[in-house]
Design a protein around this ligand. Sequence first.
Ligand code: BGP
Length: 488
Amino acid sequence: MKTPKEFLWGGATADFQFDGGCQEDGRGLSTHDFETDGSVEHPRCITYRMPDGSIGLARSSFFNPESLPDGAEPCLDAQYYYPSHKAVDHYHHWKEDLRLLAEMGCNVYRFSICWSRIFPTGEETEPNQAGLDFYDALIDEMIRLGMEPLITIHHDELPVYLAEHYDGWSSRHTIDCYLRYCKVLFSRYGSKCRYWLTFNEINAVRGFAACGTHKCDNQTHYNAVHNMFLASAQAVKLGHEMMPGSMFGAMYASSAIYPATCKPEDVFCHMQQRRETYYFIDTMARGQYPSYAADLLRRRDVTLHTQPGDDEILAAGALDFISFSYYRSNVISTETRVNVISGDPNPYLESTPWGWPVDPIGLRYVLNEFYDRYQKPLFIVENGLGAVDTIEADGSIQDDYRISFLRDHLREMMKAMCQDGVELLGYTMWAPIDLVSLSTGEMKKRYGWIYVDMDDKGNGTLERRKKKSYDWMHQVIATQGESLWAQD
Ligand code: BGP
């Protein structure tokens, strides 16, 4: 089994986890800038100021639908560490980082553009020139090195000004701002960049980044998502007009979802749970809400504030390809009390140190399922293992666990392509170079083929160092996946 020559192999990052340079060159503050570091035991928080001046902490925007208390305004406080401010300083290491990826054989690099680097508050009419200059140089260099840019326009964050003043995506005003931002990107980079993702993990954007400082209850959340659907569809249409030949995806946080038993009640409940997450990508992929949407919204007591013309907007901006992250599978039964992102334990699978079940066959399962469902090309834009890496006395990093994770997943990916007939554009591993964890804010949850010398509090030289998996992956790419079958 071999991937076709045009198959895209590479890595994926997001600016607030990777770039840093938070207050440089006119960049405005972004929602993730207010998130503290954390761990599994001590979840990340957002710092905020109450009207009486007191500083408080609210659970991280990403997982906490409650977001901030009423009347609270996000604020920074010197006693806390905010990992996004420096991240791993790609902002000053980008040349070296791109060179390392190109040397490895990558022919695609997925990265996110920071909206507030282009429009610091989101509301300006003219973009920030220094922000554009940074991405000009980055994109030109990756193309020079033979890597196709894959751009995420919105990776779970927005200018904090829009979150504070318009409650983020709760307001249709944010759609206008987003389209102004897209227009600048398309006219600036359209001749160089073919692949675009309108939103990252659309089914997982919650809290601060979705609803701003408004409580992200179901009513607010589903309406904010409706506005994101409208924004995505209009961006796709605009992109097609401005950049003939461009391809648009939106990113979906996938997992293989299994019923806990063959009890019909469990199987039916599992089907409904799958729809809870399919709701998001079904709408964007098909350009219309799925038939089960009305029932799903009714059960949540949600009324969508649609306007005349919305259906036409959605229909004109269906996605060209389906991209997704895949890290794990989940088990669902009528007894499941947690949400589908967590699910019940699966006794047949081992878990990572962060409790994520490892399920390579689940990747083949979702690839087949998505292709059957949409009949559109697929793109795996995130998959990888977060693990603790240790530097040996000789300076090497022997990450055999990462190699075996990747080998097992990539073999299943190739079976889906070569045996099952799934059309797959590429694979970008999360993340090629160590970066800050989104869920925990840690550095010690490392994903990269390349180690970064930095700890959870931002101490370290930021030196980049190849791990054992770097050379292994180099071989995989050079042989178009054939070497995966030679090793055991
Ligand atoms: C996805 C996000 C990424 C990334 C990844 C790994 O949900 O799109 O931004 O962080 O998950 O998650 P974590 O960093 O929490 O290990």
